[in-house]
Design a protein around this ligand. Structure first.
Ligand SMILES: CC(C)(COP(=O)(O)OP(=O)(O)OC[C@H]1O[C@@H](n2cnc3c(N)ncnc32)[C@H](O)[C@@H]1OP(=O)(O)O)[C@@H](O)C(=O)NCCC(=O)NCCS
Length: 282
């Protein structure tokens, strides 16, 4: 499933413990007026971005994240309480008492949100930048087995393989919640060109059995990876590109089941949410 192209976002999406949902979207197409959806802390952070483009991407990403989480929790996006966990991994505040887990990644205008019930997830997307010296970085920062494998590849295969390896490694660290505070040679993924698993990890030996890695094919020029706790299927969705795709019907639909341990949750991007002006344009 991980290699299938994303499907158009459904009217209702059922979340269940056996699937991880990946919602892919374009940060440039989301609203430019969602500021009131954000928490005070998010607004303050948005204000600290030096460049408008970075500020707008952050706002667009958090806005979409809040719409998705709000749909699952039956809350308005602004009422979703997101807190920073260990090392800053965003997670739902305890008051939601929900098994819903999520992770977000963006690179330039490409963004992905991973959603799961009762299992941790980490996602990373990167643009394949040709200016990066892949061999040198692999040699200096990756585990020896990874750098040896990557350096044995001819260009341009090595370059793309480096970014695939990078996204898998980062998605693992994001799933754990460590982020890049951890050394990249503290664990090894395999096979280095298209990693699907951990070979070893000095962070926690049990991680080898705990996490599964899934390289994702995106449009040319981007690579991504998803690390999931345990075995799970993946469903890929492209978020609606325009507001009209969400805004059919006039009544709010409150048929979204809450996310419960082991249960099923329905995700709905509610017309009412859109009409409240929270999302004004996609
Ligand atoms: C988290 C980190 C790996 C992101 O790397 P990146 O490639 O630049 O960015 P990505 O787009 O893939 O991911 C960014 C998103 O990951 C999420 N994130 C932030 N910290 C995270 C963590 N520790 N673990 C998992 N996910 C995290 C956020 O949603 C963030 O996006 P947002 O702030 O716009 O909502 C990197 O910033 C990092 O390692 N930071 C170190 C941790 C840190 O500084 N913590 C602060 C002190 S507590």
């Amino acid at each position: 499933m991980a290699w299938r192209r994303p499907q158009p976002f459904p009217r209702h999406l059922e979340l269940d413990p056996h699937h991880v949902e990946l919602v892919e979207f374009d940060l440039a197409r989301t609203s430019d007026e969602p500021f009131d959806v954000l928490s005070a802390a998010e607004r303050a952070r948005a204000d600290r971005f030096g460049r408008d483009v970075h500020r707008e991407r952050f706002i667009a990403g958090r806005c979409m994240l809040r719409v998705l989480l709000g749909g699952l929790l039956r809350l308005a996006p602004r009422d979703v309480v997101i807190r920073a966990g260990r090392n800053g991994k965003p997670e739902l505040a305890r008051e939601h008492a929900s098994p819903l887990r999520f992770n977000l990644s963006h690179s330039e205008d490409r963004a992905i949100v991973a959603l799961a019930l009762g299992r941790e997830v980490g996602v990373d997307v990167e643009r394949v930048r040709r200016t990066v010296d892949a061999g040198d970085i692999a040699l200096r920062f990756f585990a020896p087995g990874e750098s040896t494998a990557l350096l044995g590849l001819p260009e341009p295969r090595r370059h793309e393989a480096f970014f695939r390896c990078w996204t898998c490694k980062e998605s693992y660290l994001k799933a754990r919640g460590d982020g890049l505070l951890v050394r990249l040679d503290a664990f090894e993924v395999e096979p280095a060109e298209h990693p699907t698993r951990l070979r070893w990890s000095s962070l926690d030996a049990a991680d080898v059995a705990r996490w599964r890695m899934n390289p994702l094919d995106l449009d040319a020029g981007y690579v991504a990876a998803l690390t999931i706790e345990g075995a799970s299927h993946i469903r890929r969705w492209s978020a609606p590109a325009r507001r009209e795709q969400l805004a059919s019907g006039t009544e709010s639909r409150h048929d979204i089941a809450s996310a419960r341990e082991g249960g099923v949750a329905q995700l709905s991007l509610e017309p009412a949410t859109v009409r409240r002006g929270i999302i004004t344009r996609w």
